[in-house]
Design a protein around this ligand. Structure first.
Ligand code: FES
Length: 172
């Protein structure tokens, strides 16, 4: 080999070495990008989890375990329930209480928000059921869907009437 050949071989070796270095550099680059992306995603996750807010209820219409209150039927605001066939919506609790037109004046209590689009429902004494004025869904006295478009039942609550004090407890 002459000197020119050796120089060419050195040049080729140098080019090959640069290619290898470029491959390593790319891998290193991608590794760094991956780490940065992971760090950003982790920060976003921690920020959204750590803003002090409550974890949202996955089933907002299911209020089981949260409802427990007592109303006095002697209060003017609750007087509707003294009469059979009437109903009352307790907005603060999202509960509708109906007094059935039967011998005992049975009380019914269900979630007052239609499970279709949350419209406040009414009670119909004539058919002893609940009716949504928005799209016409109906629910039985126990909250079961009897006509759509709603597809989920209303949450039903227990009632306990104290005839001596004329108070009604509604609870899950
Ligand atoms: S909101 Fe009640 S039927 Fe649509």
């Amino acid at each position: 080999m002459n000197e020119t050949s050796n120089t060419n071989i050195d040049t080729i070796n140098s080019i090959e070495q640069n290619k290898t270095n470029q491959t390593i550099d790319r891998k290193e680059f991608m590794k760094q990008v991956g780490l940065s992306f992971g760090a950003i995603m982790l920060m976003n996750c921690l920020q959204s989890c750590g803003d002090g807010g409550d974890i949202p209820d996955p089933n907002p219409t299911n209020t089981t375990g949260k409802v427990d209150f007592t109303i006095n039927l002697n209060d003017a605001a609750n007087a509707a329930l003294k009469t059979k066939g009437n109903y009352l919506v307790i907005k603060a609790q999202n509960v509708i209480i109906a007094r059935v037109n039967d011998t005992n004046g049975t009380f019914l209590a269900v979630d007052s928000r239609c499970t279709h689009e949350q419209t406040t429902i009414n009670y119909r004494s004539s058919s002893n059921d609940f009716y949504c004025p928005n799209h016409g869904s109906t629910f039985s006295s126990t909250g079961a869907v009897t006509k759509g478009p709603a597809s989920l039942a209303l949450t039903r609550f227990n009632t306990s009437f104290d005839a001596t004090n004329n108070t009604l407890r509604v609870f899950a």
